[in-house]
Design a protein around this ligand. Structure first.
Ligand code: ASP
Length: 449
């Protein structure tokens, strides 16, 4: 709690934690709910939750602190009460019983292993990844956990080298655990999920990727429930790589979704990860209930191997009105071996006038670059036969990838080209279903599921 000068002022002004306050400094004004100070925060700072939902630490040297006269929006108040409830519980170290089934957690960074830095108001990494577990004592009721931390990075900065390292770490952990949870930033969680889906061969156990849209120290954090449900999946009989995140905006259940058919579809909602052209594999409740929504390969004695060969000279390119095909010439000139075009509609690229992409595609494919097409619409299946423009792109050499997501196609292309030098073989592999990335039939109910 607050001490020294700040605590004196708070007492004098009859301000309690949770009250709405106003801090006025030269040229600055902060208004919001007074949060508890965290142990390792600056002693001269008050922590204020602003009306936009963000916590900031305000250095109060020379500032005037008073009770605010304005009312906060209702939604802020609601979240705050919940948050204060959790903060009061404090950080309690969780003890795990080694006799409980073992699950490995591999932490890699991202919001799920972050907290608000009360000096800057921004989110920053936890001191140690274990801190993530302090608010989730429930986990100790049903698992024992082993934590590994091969690297710590925000997911936007990941590269294929991180995927390779991670796949090897997962394969290692699977040898002596019932299942593996990977905690990861949400921004590119679906790329990593696709990479692990291709790189982990002969999988006989669950591999669950989990992130959080809110940092661990926020009452509205989704990390705890995602982790609890993730641990339920890790103990389940589903031998699949998938993402386990909130199924709805509430804290009721999570969805476990196939790693090649899932995507972050919202910047901030807790239920941002949705299956695309697929249903979730299962709904998972924190109490352990699991409702399968489709057939999932069963847990077996198969020992997973990390098959991580990857060609890094691959890229995604978006086609759009006015887009220049010179980007293809650029990549081909740089020695790229594979490109995924995000194509409009059923699989077209611009074919008109000086912005026609056909020549550049032909030139690249003529040089041995494998040019693939994925749907910019995300949902649905390509059918380049419908329009002449689609047919022309096919004739120029584009391999249209059915209902594969562009991000999955990009990861797969790197993995495929890492395994063969032959363009013909690579084409055949791109159209072969390895990890559920291509579905045979498009089902109505998978749209916006
Ligand atoms: N930028 C963060 C990341 O992807 C966001 C998050 O974790 O949600 O690592």
């Amino acid at each position: 709690m607050y001490s020294g000068k700040i605590s004196e002022i708070l007492k004098r002004e009859h301000i309690n934690i949770g009250d709405r306050i106003l801090v006025e400094k030269v040229g600055k004004r902060y208004e919001g709910l007074l949060m508890p100070r965290i142990e390792y925060g600056n002693r001269n700072c008050t922590v204020i939750k602003l009306d936009n939902g963000y916590n900031v630490g305000v250095d109060c040297k020379g500032a005037k602190i008073s009770k605010s006269r304005t009312k906060e929006p209702a939604s802020v108040r609601e979240e705050e009460e919940f948050e204060l409830g959790r903060v009061k519980k404090g950080l309690v170290k969780v003890k795990f019983d080694k006799r409980k089934p073992r699950v490995s957690i591999i932490t890699t960074g991202g919001t799920i292993t972050s907290r608000v830095d009360y000096k800057t108001g921004g989110v920053t990494s936890l001191m140690s990844p274990e801190e993530m577990l302090y608010n989730i004592p429930e986990l100790a009721d049903f698992v024992s956990l082993k934590i590994e931390n091969p690297f710590s990075i925000m997911s936007e900065s990941m590269t294929h080298a991180h995927w390779q390292k991670l796949a090897k770490a997962v394969a290692r952990e699977l040898k002596h655990s019932e299942g593996v949870i990977v905690t990861h930033g949400t921004d590119t969680l679906h790329f990593t999920a696709a990479a692990l889906s291709f790189m982990l061969k002969d999988l006989g156990k669950p591999v669950v990727l989990v992130g959080a849209q809110r940092s661990t120290d926020r009452g509205s954090s989704d990390g705890a429930i995602n982790l609890i449900c993730g641990a339920r999946v890790a103990l389940s009989d589903m031998a699949s790589v998938g993402i386990c995140m909130h199924g709805t905006m509430d804290d009721d259940y999570c969805i476990f979704t196939r790693g090649t058919k899932v995507r972050k579809m919202h910047t901030s909602r807790r239920d941002a990860f949705r299956p695309v052209n697929d249903l979730p594999l299962a709904k998972v409740w924190p109490d352990g209930r699991i409702e399968k929504m489709q057939t999932v390969p069963k847990r077996s004695s198969s020992v997973a191997k990390a098959d991580t060969a990857f060609e890094e000279k691959v890229a995604i390119i978006k086609t759009y009105p006015g887009s220049s095909p010179s980007i293809i010439d650029h990549y081909a000139g740089m020695g790229y071996r594979g490109l995924v075009l995000e194509m409009t509609g059923l699989g077209q690229a611009p074919t008109y006038g000086k912005n026609s992409w056909l020549k550049s595609i032909e030139k690249a494919t003529g040089k041995g670059v494998l040019v693939c097409g994925a749907a910019e619409t995300l949902y649905g299946r390509l059918n380049p036969n419908v329009y002449s423009e689609g047919r022309l792109s096919m004739e120029a050499g584009v391999v249209h990838l059915e209902d594969m997501l562009p991000e999955t196609a990009y990861v797969k292309l790197g993995w495929v080209l890492g395994h063969t030098k032959s363009v013909e073989k690579a084409k055949e592999m791109m159209l072969t279903n390895y990890a559920g990335e291509i579905t045979k039939r498009s089902l109505q109910e998978t749209f916006l599921a």
